[in-house]
Structure formats: structure tokens, C-alpha cells
Design a protein around this ligand. Structure first.
Ligand SMILES: [Zn+2]
Length: 136
């Protein structure tokens, strides 16, 4: 879950918006945004436009005017996103089975993930401190 959030965050530009927004435009008086390349109206979320740019079916027709490099970029973004989601859910299931909890013990699972992330952060901090010690 955190990895997915992290990945989604890394997709944001400096202004905090998703980078894919730069491939959209909005006409005055319109509620929807349009693909900047082919002018097609997108009535959904930015993720729908990403699918459109990548040429993957996802609610919109694939873009026929998107530059090859942009297309490749979003193909990769979507693939990584999907792979990661799958990996995470498999991992979560394995953790759940490992400690013998059913799907009713989500709270315990969330606590465990939290601990895991927290430990990760502690290790990172510790590494930084060690680095500081040696660089002085
Ligand atoms: Zn398009």
C-alpha cells in the first residue's frame, strides 16, 4: 500500500499535481478535460487519460496522436503500477496466512504493515547517522 502511494506520489510534478495533467487542456465552459494531442474528451479521472496515452483500454479509446516517447512512458507507469499492486496483495495474503489470521483481522494486518514501514524508516535514519559519523 505504501509503495503504491509512494509510486503515485513520484508521479506528481513540482506543483503537486499529477504530471499527466500537462497532457490535458480544458476549454472554457467545459466540465471535462481533453487530451492535448488528439483533442478527445476525457470525462473520467487522470488515470483514465494515462490509459489513453499508453494506448491501453481503460474507458477511453487509445490515443492515435500521442508521441511515441510519451506513450512508452505511460505504458511503463501503468505496468509498474499494476505489477506493484499485484505484488502487494500477494504479499499481504502471505503475511495473513503466515500468522494465521483470517480476513477479519485487518486491523492486526494494518498494524503489522505500519510496524514494517516504521522499522524501514528507523533503519534508514540509522544508516544516515552512521554515514554522518564517518563523514566527519
Ligand atoms: Zn489523445
Amino acid at each position: 500500500m505504501w509503495l503504491v502511494i509512494g509510486l503515485a506520489m513520484s508521479e506528481k510534478g513540482e506543483d503537486g499535481r499529477d504530471k499527466a495533467w500537462k497532457y490535458t487542456k480544458k476549454l472554457e465552459g467545459e466540465r471535462y478535460f481533453r487530451c492535448v494531442f488528439c483533442n478527445q474528451v476525457c470525462s473520467g479521472t487522470i488515470s483514465r487519460l494515462k490509459h489513453h496515452l499508453a494506448g491501453v483500454a481503460g474507458g477511453m479509446k487509445a490515443c492515435n496522436k500521442v508521441p511515441a516517447d510519451v506513450k512508452k512512458e505511460y505504458k511503463l507507469v501503468l505496468k509498474v503500477f499494476k505489477d506493484d499492486k499485484n505484488k502487494r496483495s500477494i504479499m499481504l495474503r502471505e503475511i495473513g496466512e503466515g500468522i494465521g489470521v483470517g480476513s477479519s483481522s485487518w486491523t492486526l494486518m494494518i498494524v503489522m504493515i505500519f510496524m514494517w514501514v516504521w522499522m524501514d524508516m528507523m533503519i534508514m535514519n540509522w544508516k544516515n547517522e552512521v554515514q554522518l559519523l564517518f563523514s566527519n
